[in-house]
Design a protein around this ligand. Structure first.
Ligand SMILES: C[S@@+](CC[C@H](N)C(=O)[O-])C[C@H]1O[C@@H](n2cnc3c(N)ncnc32)[C@H](O)[C@@H]1O
Length: 328
């Protein structure tokens, strides 16, 4: 077991409440991370449950698989019967449908699917804390930001962007009002070969947006977030996931999504609304003629956020929002 991979699962109790995992059920975790949620859920599936896990980060995949397998073995030694099956896949959940089908996992129509599904979006603590991954600007490091550790780095990605494209990314993914001057300055530095580290990007942000102020988020925070979201195609992955997941939910299946960014939460909220009320008839028609049937109902009236107690022990739960849906 790798004890150096330290991530505290956020909103764990409310996640267990809404997913309410039971013996023998089938669980899909599309963001395994350090398997904090997955282990807590898996231990409630024994005996006879199934855990299917996905993460695009090779380190998370190795650690999470190891933790789940060890948990299952320990349970089996104590109880003398099979705990749960574990299968894990190193992939982005943008390819979830394809990966599950390629591995002969059956969907709802084929009599299969999942009882509980969790997507805990964003980054794990080790991804942020390992400065060599280039997600943070606490120390100067190569501007990498790849969750999968494959493909173009953030520094290479910036070389492909026009100032207009970059300004859109900074505005749409980071809500940065001065997105145009900031994008122009970043592109100038990229052209001059002066932007390949996290420190260099953070300094340009300060030049345009102002120096860090005590008690305020660092001016580079939102730019880093915006570029990371674009590089890793995070919003595209969420849209694709929300499009296909209903086909993978068993009748009575529970889906929980934890988001950390308004762009993520908006997507989840909109999908849940559409699933609960899919009618596309013009307003004022006396009866529904589109005959689209609801897929189920939202399990929480409002998203659940971290309590002050949780925030005391885990400040990274600060912007977390949990939404959940129960499928018919
Ligand atoms: C917040 S962490 C999950 C932590 C986990 N729930 C736990 O308790 O340890 C998010 C994880 O999702 C992964 N991830 C983010 N986007 C992904 C995607 N599109 N496909 C697969 N994994 C993704 C990240 O690599 C990271 O390991």
């Amino acid at each position: 077991m790798d004890n150096t991979f330290h991530h505290i699962p956020v909103l764990l109790e409310p996640v267990l409440d809404v997913l309410s995992p039971r013996h023998g059920e089938r669980y899909l975790d599309v963001t395994l991370g350090g398997a904090g949620h997955a282990c807590a859920i898996a231990s409630r599936l024994a005996p006879g449950g199934t855990v299917i896990g996905v993460d695009r980060d090779p380190l998370a995949m190795r650690v999470a698989t190891d933790r789940l397998v060890t948990l299952g073995r320990t349970w089996e030694e104590q109880h003398g019967q099979s705990a749960f099956d574990v299968r894990t896949f190193l992939t982005s959940f943008i390819a979830l449908d394809e990966v599950l089908r390629d591995h002969d996992i059956e969907d709802r129509e084929q009599g299969g699917g999942f009882d509980c599904v969790l997507a805990d979006l964003g980054l794990s603590s080790p991804q942020i804390d390992d400065t060599n991954r280039g997600f943070s600007f606490q120390t100067d490091a190569p501007l990498d930001m790849r969750m999968s550790q494959q493909g173009a780095t953030a520094a290479e990605f910036l070389q492909t962007l026009s100032p207009d494209d970059l300004a859109d990314i900074l505005y749409e993914n980071g809500d940065i009002r001065q997105s145009r001057p900031l994008a122009r300055k970043i592109c100038e530095r990229v052209q001059a070969g002066e932007l390949s580290t996290t420190g260099q990007l953070a300094r340009v942000c300060c030049e345009v947006l102002g120096n860090p102020r005590h008690g305020q988020p660092h001016p580079a925070t939102r730019a880093f977030q915006a570029i990371r979201i674009a590089l890793n195609q995070e919003f595209e992955a969420i849209d694709t996931f929300l499009n296909i997941i209903p086909k993978w939910m068993k009748p009575g299946g529970r889906l929980a999504v934890i988001s950390f960014h308004s762009g993520e939460d908006r997507r989840v909220k909109t999908a849940f609304k559409k699933w609960q009320n899919p009618c596309t008839c013009p307003p004022g028609l006396p009866v529904c003629v589109c005959h689209k049937q609801p897929l189920g109902k939202a399990l929480l009236k409002k998203p659940v956020e971290a309590t002050p107690d949780e925030l005391k022990s885990n400040s990274r739960a600060r912007s977390a929002k949990l939404r959940a849906f129960l499928f018919d």
